[in-house]
Design a protein around this ligand. Structure first.
Ligand SMILES: C[S@@+](CC[C@H](N)C(=O)[O-])C[C@H]1O[C@@H](n2cnc3c(N)ncnc32)[C@H](O)[C@@H]1O
Length: 289
């Protein structure tokens, strides 16, 4: 811009760039969870966030995790049971399941979190193991009494991915096994509004070790009950994006998903995560039909 305030031709590319950044993407048009959790800088940041007791951003706090495992133990009598924890992160739940006497395998695609989980496992190694794996594409263990997927990791998945995951879980479970997970509620969607913020090196350098600008654009797909936080990270010579989709569920819509995936809902709500009720999540217990 001239000192006079006159717009020059040089402003046009910037306008076009910003317009591109602010295009609303097609629903579930990109899946970047692997970048979010496994890109080396982000994986380090995520591990610290999992363990940080001042923020429940990546894992719930330890007292809430203790209550959850206590609830699971009361309901499923974990002693001697085979349990698979999908998306186990640094093993905070898996470790506790094993302490209740379960034979546990934790799966996660973050090598960093799996390395931490293995190093810090105090339970007997024979009854607690961890494996780096993508639960959408890799082998999952068979004949499990319980499969858990905790902290709403069903929600970033597209309908096709959710059906793939349900098929994997069904194959992983013993005939009378249970799948326990939690989801964001449609009530939580009402609290979200569309908008964009731009910040330089936000969240203490969470996104990159380099100097960067980050646009966070929030979009809502109201008829589909989906929200998207789209992060556009602009570094010297490199622009990249992370899509954080969240499917929000009502008891009816999660039941429909599970039914289509060959599951019967045993219970919805209550149980674990109850102290997170205000955050708009609810838990689900389902069994193969
Ligand atoms: C929100 S964190 C929850 C971690 C753990 N369940 C907890 O509550 O402490 C999601 C975890 O799922 C893992 N994850 C996400 N998508 C995955 C996939 N497709 N396969 C394996 N792990 C995945 C991430 O690496 C991350 O550790």
């Amino acid at each position: 811009m001239h000192a006079s305030g006159k717009v020059t031709a040089k402003m046009k590319p910037l306008f076009e760039e910003l317009s591109n950044i602010h295009q609303k993407p097609e629903l579930f048009s990109a899946y970047t969870a692997e970048t979010l959790w496994t890109e080396p800088h982000l994986a380090q940041q995520m591990l610290q966030t999992h363990l940080d007791q001042n923020t429940p951003l990546a894992s719930r706090t330890l007292p809430v995790i203790d209550q959850t495992v206590e609830w699971l133990d009361d309901r499923f009598s974990l002693n001697g049971k085979r349990v698979c924890d999908l998306g186990c992160g640094p093993g905070l739940y898996a470790e506790r399941y094993a302490q209740c006497g379960a034979i546990v395998e934790g799966l996660d695609f973050s090598a960093n979190s799996i390395a931490y989980a293995i190093e810090n496992a105090t339970a007997d190694r024979g009854s607690l193991s961890f494996r780096q794996a993508n639960y959408l594409t890799d082998e999952v263990p068979a004949e499990q009494d319980l499969v858990t997927l905790i902290y709403c990791d069903f929600c970033p998945l597209s309908p096709v991915q959710r059906s793939t995951l349900l098929e994997k879980v069904r194959r992983s479970l013993a005939p009378d096994g249970a799948f326990v997970f939690d989801v964001h509620s449609t009530k939580a969607l009402q609290e979200i509004s569309e908008g964009t913020v731009l910040a330089r090196n936000p969240m203490n350098g969470f996104w990159s070790a380099n100097d960067c600008y980050v646009f966070q654009s929030t979009w809502i797909y109201a008829p589909d009950a989906v929200s998207l936080d789209l992060f556009t990270i602009i570094e010297q010579g490199k622009t990249w994006r992370v899509y954080n989709w969240l499917q929000h569920f009502s008891p009816e819509s999660i039941e429909a998903d599970l039914h289509a995936g060959g599951f019967t809902v045993e219970s919805i709500g209550g149980g674990f995560g109850a102290s997170d009720e205000t955050a708009g999540t609810f838990s689900v217990v389902a069994r193969p039909s």
